[in-house]
Design a protein around this ligand. Sequence first.
Ligand code: 4AD
Ligand code: MG
Length: 432
Amino acid sequence: MAETRIIRELPSHIGDTVTVRGWIMKSRSGGKISFAVLRDGSGYVQCVVSKADVPKGVWTDFGGLTQEMSVAVTGEVREDARSPGGVELGVTAVDVIGSSTDYPITPKAHGTSFLFEHRHLWLRSRKQAAIMRVRNEVVQAIRDYLYDNEFVLVDTPILTGSIGESAGTLFETDYFDFGTAYLAQTGQLYLEAAAAALGKVYCFGPTFRAEKSKTRRHLAEFWMMEPEMAWYDSVDNMRLQESLIAYIVERCLERRVGELQELERDVALLERVTPPFHRISYTDAIVKLRELGTDAVWGADLGADEETVLANAYDKPLFVYDYPKSVRAFYMKENPENTDLVLNNDLLAPEGYGEIIGGSQREDDLDRLLTRIRENDLPEEPYAWYLDLRRYGTFVHSGFGLGIERTVAWICGIPHIREAIAFPRMMTRLYP
Ligand code: 4AD
Ligand code: MG
């Protein structure tokens, strides 16, 4: 009996006869020799069979392989310098496990909506699998970084009674006798409570925004990693963001070279992502944007196009800090030197990817926070516990939210964030 192996292990089994289980990516039959590429999740290997070397049944079975059939292929591992993994499989037996007739995604080009309608199958394609592996690396890099820097993971609730970010994009659901609950837009408010208990904390999970926008940057359900740090001011906050982003990019460059190659990513652009990043105040950014030919006006939030124009003027990520209070959430701390501004920042990725992080120092003064809640027409009662954090030992603290899909899309160099998550949820999509 041949031993069962995964494709990644094959280079250390040259000369052995092994069995590999997987799916047929493509096959090509000739008169005397036939080929198929097999995928098992750990890698890809070319399988070769020559008519003269195998019983007739094996030759016929191999010739009948179709795209995405699941099979167990047995053969000898042979060195083959031209193959990506340096080996190929000289097939001696093939066992069909699951047939596959008329697989919908063929090598010809398909439209985007067709591909998303078949997302459950499209994930099997090389590029989509590469994106998922980069995503996995990004997430693992984040977790390692935070663990090594003494952050404590605190899982925050998804069902909440208070509005975390803005009333405009809430998903609501019935909640027993309490009436309406909201799907979390952020875990931040809960993390602020946890930071007073544990110092440096983070949450990482799905967040929900009923965004009625069909842009390439918006999902209705996206994953956000949010750290919250006691005793960090806005400057400390940006320094942490810079260090984390540089680490994430470095990890992908180190460990996901093959995937970035598969995605035809220009890695030279990523190699530049080292601290320090550029920093510009919102007010200076408006001046700069006008110099660059836009009609940006002070007081309005930056639009996607403005973010792109601005970020394109720099060769690595750009912090824009101290936005007008009127265009930012209620919890951000007023700038004591100019109370029209808040101590916040966005981090804009280069190459037109726009905001990947939103962060701020939090309002730690009870009265000012109450005023902000009222100015924003938010109900006070659900925030009673949040206000307690300012009543009992208030503290300087800051944090931020990193959007996973936007970060992955940027690192992969893909145009739309919906490919950066396995099963995207958008205004226009709930299937599959
Ligand atoms: O800027 P946002 O809304 O910030 C917050 O939610 C804060 N409570 C975070 C914090 O300070 N703890 O969102 C943070 C990031 C954005 O920069 C973006 O990367 C991502 O989350 N994001 C989205 N990603 C995909 N689809 C959407 N609809 C997104 N909305 C925000
Ligand atoms: Mg934001």
